[in-house]
Design a protein around this ligand. Structure first.
Ligand SMILES: [Zn+2]
Length: 484
């Protein structure tokens, strides 16, 4: 890693001496060319997918159906094949709305209003019910993760914690007998962002019993500062009374395959994943914009997958030796619903997935050269990713998989899976200050202002997709995971 960094700094020095970015590389032939990601296509895909017409691509909405149609059309245009007989993998869902007049949270003597003071966040069929019990303060979600043995017996009490309990922490609390979970978000701005971007409607998988990678399988509420102030002491009675309106929804994962060129390897696949859903329409920002367009989250990931498919198809051999599988998930923003459902009801066998690469870490506004491979710890895939980075003069660190994007359900099911995340070092050829300024200018994570913009530079996304492509090429040719 150190050697890579040194080589890289050499290149930066040349740039600083005034040779300019173009002087360090040969002149580019007209795009597209073999093995290179076409930035014009990345622009066109994100221009369409992040348009207001798609209304923020909320799972189950008309906007998300339009995005799905676009993706299927793109797969067809590239000659990619359907998977299990279809480009569509339907995900049966249910929209669940707590009725405001009959739903309340009572803490001691005070009652609080859903959508203003608290949100219901348990996202499995089993979690859609009320609870009551005495408050037991159990610390922070991070404490519980670090020290699960320190959790007291709960025996019908309500576990009160700081931070957000994902499925892993909730499972620990359920085992100790918690009746429900109350999560405190201390920072008012963070709580306001939850209220604005999520709203009160829950989207859940309709089939009971499908394991959630993300959601607590216990009734759970998320509260802001107003509720937190009356939660001073242990033993306070807490009651959630919840009445829901429910209606079925369907959204599709889009699944496309580029067949492998080697008959002996084509029955296993290198998998690329990105979610195409976003948050939809919710509370307006100061300018009155209420469409959460999700350009950087994750129109760009989807566009990179299409760019990778195009680059692979244009190789002289027409693809990789292994098949390349492109999975565009719905329901990610609603808690990894599309990927959890795919893993539970896979139209392509998980055991024939050689490696999986997930792209969902925003839109770097310049070229990253440091990376983190989440899920890459202790896997040959992580090691390959690190080697590939070193060859390019970049560096990559490895970290454990967490339930923050669609690779996680696969990692949990034993598929070697990494989520490529651009690192925090200054961008290639730029100072720390200019990199920070660029990040500040373009970072609109989960805000209505996350639009497509002609002025946005796409070279960072080209680099991001090329890193994914290089890792896939290395996985395709190296004798891994089993000697061949
Ligand atoms: Zn995302």
């Amino acid at each position: 890693m150190t050697a890579g960094r040194t080589r890289h700094r050499g290149a930066v020095t040349l740039l600083l001496l005034g040779l300019g970015a173009c002087a360090t590389r040969p002149a580019r032939p007209p795009s597209p060319r073999v093995g290179v990601i076409d930035t014009l296509a990345l622009r066109a895909h994100t221009f369409f997918l992040a348009d207001d017409l798609l209304l923020g691509r909320e799972t189950g909405s008309q906007g998300s159906a339009t995005a799905a149609l676009y993706l299927e059309a793109q797969c067809r245009a590239q000659g990619l094949q359907p998977v299990g007989g279809s480009y569509r993998h339907p995900v049966p869902l249910e929209a669940v709305v707590p009725l405001p007049d009959t739903t309340f949270l009572r803490v001691g003597a005070r009652a609080f209003t859903v959508g203003t003071d608290f949100l219901i966040t348990g996202g499995t069929q089993n979690a859609l019910r009320g609870f009551s019990g005495a408050a037991v303060l159990v610390g922070s979600a991070d404490d519980l993760r670090r020290n699960p043995d320190g959790i007291p017996r709960l025996d019908g009490a309500v576990a009160v914690l700081h931070g957000v309990a994902r499925a892993d922490v909730a499972a620990l609390l359920a085992r100790r007998g918690a009746a429900g979970i109350l999560q405190i978000v201390d920072d008012p701005a963070t709580f306001a962002l939850y209220l604005a971007s999520r709203g009160t409607t829950l989207t859940v998988l309709r089939e009971p019993g499908i394991a959630s990678s993300f959601y607590a399988d216990l009734p759970t509420v998320l509260v802001g500062p107003t509720v937190a102030t009356v939660l001073g002491q242990a033993g306070t009675p807490i009651e959630l009374h919840a009445v829901f309106d429910r209606h079925p929804l369907t959204a599709d994962n889009i699944t496309c395959l580029l067949p492998g060129t080697d008959a002996s390897r084509g029955d296993t696949a290198i998998v690329f994943t990105a979610h195409y859903d976003h948050l939809g329409v919710s509370l307006p920002d100061a300018s009155g914009d209420s469409v959460y367009n999700g350009f950087s989250d994750n129109a760009v990931g989807v566009a990179m997958l299409l760019g990778i498919a195009d680059a692979l198809r244009q190789r002289p051999e027409g693809g990789l030796r292994h098949s390349a599988l492109f999975l565009f998930f719905t329901g990610e923003e609603r808690g990894l619903l599309g990927s959890d459902y795919f893993v539970a009801r896979p139209p392509y066998p998980l055991e024939r997935m050689r490696a999986l690469i997930n792209l969902d870490a925003g839109a770097p506004p310049a070229r990253p050269w440091t990376w983190r491979l989440a899920g890459g710890e202790r896997t040959p895939l992580g090691e390959i990713g690190r080697d590939v980075a070193a060859v390019e003069g970049w560096s990559a660190t490895l970290s454990a998989a967490t339930a923050n994007s669609d690779y996680f359900p696969f990692a949990r099911a034993g598929v070697p899976a990494v989520f490529i995340v651009p690192g925090s070092a200054p961008y290639e050829g730029l100072s720390a200050d200019s990199s920070q300024a660029l990040r500040r200018r373009w970072d609109r994570y989960h805000l209505p202002g996350d639009h497509y913009n002609d002025a946005f530079p796409f070279t960072g996304l080209q680099r991001y997709a090329e890193y994914a492509l290089r890792i896939a090429e290395a996985v395709d040719t190296r004798p891994w995971p089993n000697p061949e």
